[in-house]
Design a protein around this ligand. Sequence first.
Ligand code: SF4
Length: 86
Amino acid sequence: MDTIWMAQGSCANTDPEVFFPHDGIGVALAKLVCESCTVAAPCLEYALMNRVEHGVWGGCSERQRRRILKARRAAARNDELVAVAA
Ligand code: SF4
């Protein structure tokens, strides 16, 4: 997966520490920066594909990314069951 988008992120000129918050307020502040980011989609996908566990990526917290991955795994299992049943 290419990383050209990284230089285009709204966070390019922001202290990276902002994206590795220690509390909910910090997460909310990071998400505010992500809200206006034009490369949020590839950023989120990069974090999901690379199983990045820490920080805010693509406007999603660590917890949100875990939920997305869990939902994707469930969907994949469901697709497998449908394929077997067909
Ligand atoms: S979505 Fe957020 S973390 Fe990702 S590049 Fe944009 S501003 Fe940075």
